[in-house]
Ligand binder design. Structure first.
Ligand code: HEC
Length: 152
């Protein structure tokens, strides 16, 4: 009886889960989405504004980047000043799109998903928080972040 219930729950989960995700298993290789989500390449300046803008990404709520002219920067998430030295563009892309795939239960919101497990304003419930182009702009911006501290 319990096994039947478990199987029922799994079947139900497998039916409902993919519909809420925009990232398909085919796009994922390891912990990365290697291919861009859009034809138009991401723009570093556009990514910087998505990163700091309250109306769009507002990533500075939880992340810091050295040298950024934003007065308040949170520290709930890791410092991203040197993120390109740690993660490839594809790894950054999956983490922005749907970090829950990498680490279920993470505090990092899913930005390219139809709806989120975490508190999302009603207005965002049927749309991803960011457009595919905004995700690409962020990937371009973050991929440019490297601290040049070696004098070689
Ligand atoms: C509510 C807080 C919060 C917000 C807002 C947030 N993040 Fe995060 N982020 C986190 C946390 C926490 C982690 C660490 C996740 C983990 O390890 O579970 C993280 C991890 C990351 C990582 C991986 C860093 C590494 O060194 O592994 C990237 C890249 C990232 N966030 C980008 C973004 C971008 C881009 C935005 C804005 C669109 C954003 N985050 C908004 C909390 C947040």
């Amino acid at each position: 009886m319990r096994l039947v219930q478990l199987i029922g729950a799994l079947v139900l989960a497998s039916c409902t889960e993919p519909q809420s995700r925009l990232v398909t298993p085919a796009q994922i290789v390891g912990d990365a989405i290697p291919s861009p989500l859009t034809e138009t390449a991401g723009s570093v300046p556009a990514g910087l504004s998505v990163f700091t803008d309250r109306e769009t990404g507002h990533c500075v709520l939880c992340h810091q980047v050295a040298g950024l002219a934003t007065e308040f920067q949170g520290n709930v998430g890791p410092d991203l000043s040197d993120v390109a030295a740690r993660l490839s563009a594809g790894q950054i892309r999956l983490r922005i799109a749907d970090y829950q795939i990498v680490r279920p239960g993470t505090l990092m919101p899913s930005y390219y998903r139809n709806h989120d497990l975490y508190q999302v304003a009603e207005a965002f419930q049927d749309d991803p928080v960011l457009s595919a182009q905004e995700v690409e702009d962020l990937v371009a911006y973050l991929s440019s972040l490297r601290i040049e501290d070696d004098d070689g």
